[in-house]
Design a protein around this ligand. Structure first.
Ligand SMILES: NC(=O)C1=CN([C@@H]2O[C@H](COP(=O)(O)OP(=O)(O)OC[C@H]3O[C@@H](n4cnc5c(N)ncnc54)[C@H](OP(=O)(O)O)[C@@H]3O)[C@@H](O)[C@H]2O)C=CC1
Ligand SMILES: N[C@@H](CC(=O)OP(=O)(O)O)C(=O)O
Length: 344
């Protein structure tokens, strides 16, 4: 089976990651690229400032960039990936949904909307059925699914593993790579020899999205998980890979061994881009580290380490590649889930 896909916002940092991940994909064939009006009509290789350390695939470089409107895309596209700035996505995604397109979006708008599934296929694939509610509410022929914020998706699989012990309170402090802010997001003068203890909007996203992802879906709505989540988000001078220090308090006592076993037991999803093992836990307390561990599982595996019982609950570190597992790879996996579940 071949599924013809397009990328909205294909010239950007995340759009480029999509192109790389879609090259030689078993099921998806890349057939449409869109960007802003300043790129429309140009060959992709002229429109995009390519930042990935492998060349633009030849067949993609010669494609013509289209306008980000439903009319500009041919009808034979089965699935769209969206990596637009969130304010642009909030404006244009509804037009694609009204026109009947199925959209897997990485943009942050609508992630917490009650009728939009926010999914990590290995963790809460059943939430995808919110699409039924969404279609009833909005009258859309298409379907919209979102993946979470990159810092949230790094931590939530480990919390899902610990939830069997009764998660009560989670505190997390992040060390986030500069690529998360986009190519021009932080200047070298701001970040070299420095750490910035604030990332606009990031802390509320971690606090709210994690409770939706681990919430119960009863077929009509998702009730947020009752745990309290407090996040402190920091930008550090690494290129890729968000590292996070987590303290998790549970109602039941849990030993470090039980926590490690629970994390290593979370299965991958039976989807092409899901790693065989979702979470790898290191014995070495100095791991995971961004430079050494972000590429594990083609950038799709979560790493953890330093699991210790403390007076403030279980303490551990976790890491994921922010532009792969945290962005384009997360949307791609949701696209694979949409196909597997019969929505495409
Ligand atoms: N960078 C990262 O690591 C992460 C980013 N994200 C999110 O993903 C999304 C994309 O981020 P990123 O790739 O870094 O952003 P970029 O700014 O690099 O790319 C934005 C893309 O959207 C296009 N675009 C901009 N304005 C318009 C418009 N008015 N109409 C149509 N297309 C438009 C751009 O086209 P053109 O080239 O023509 O301007 C470009 O293709 C954002 O929502 C971001 O928050 C999420 C997680 C991680
Ligand atoms: N804010 C994230 C990247 C990002 O764009 O997140 P979101 O997908 O929630 O917009 C970071 O700085 O690392």
């Amino acid at each position: 089976m071949t599924v013809r896909v397009g990328i909205l916002g294909a010239t950007g940092a995340v759009g480029q990651r999509f192109i790389k991940l879609l090259t030689n994909h078993d099921t998806f064939e890349l057939a449409a690229l869109t960007a802003s009006e300043s790129s429309v009509g140009k060959q992709y290789s002229n429109a995009a400032k390519w930042r990935i350390n492998t060349p633009i695939p030849e067949n993609i470089g010669s494609m013509t960039v289209k306008s980000t409107t439903p009319d500009a895309i041919s009808d034979d596209i089965d699935l769209l990936f969206s990596s637009l700035p969130s304010d642009v996505a909030a404006d244009v995604e509804p037009a694609f949904l009204e026109a009947g397109y199925v959209v897997s979006s990485n943009s942050s708008n609508d992630r917490m909307s009650a009728d939009i599934p926010l999914t990590i296929p290995e963790i809460n694939p059943g939430h995808l059925d919110l699409i039924e509610v969404q279609r009833d509410n909005r009258g859309w022929d298409g379907a919209l699914v979102k993946n979470p914020n990159c810092s949230t998706i790094t931590m939530v699989p480990t919390l899902a593993a610990l939830d069997q012990f009764g998660l009560e309170t989670v505190s997390v402090s992040t060390l986030q790579a500069v690529s998360g802010a986009g190519y021009s997001g932080v200047t070298s003068m701001e970040i070299i020899d420095n750490t910035i203890p604030y990332i606009g909007g990031e802390e509320p996203k971690m606090q709210q999205e994690s409770r939706k992802l681990l919430g119960e879906f009863d077929g009509a709505s998702v009730s947020l998980h009752e745990m309290d989540v407090a996040a402190s988000c920091n930008r550090i001078p690494t290129l890729d890979g968000h590292l996070e220090n987590v303290f998790a308090e549970t109602t039941a006592d849990v030993s470090a061994e039980e926590a490690i076993d629970a994390m290593e037991s979370v299965p991958g999803a039976d989807l092409p881009s899901s790693p065989d093992q979702l979470i790898h836990v290191f014995d070495d307390p100095s791991r995971p580290q961004p430079r050494l561990d972000r590429e594990r599982g083609n950038g799709m595996q979560i790493s953890a380490g330093g699991v210790t019982v403390t007076d403030a609950g279980l303490k551990y570190n976790c890491l994921a590649h922010n532009t792969i597992r945290g962005a384009a790879g997360a949307s791609l996996l949701n696209g694979e889930l949409l196909v597997d579940a019969g929505w495409v």
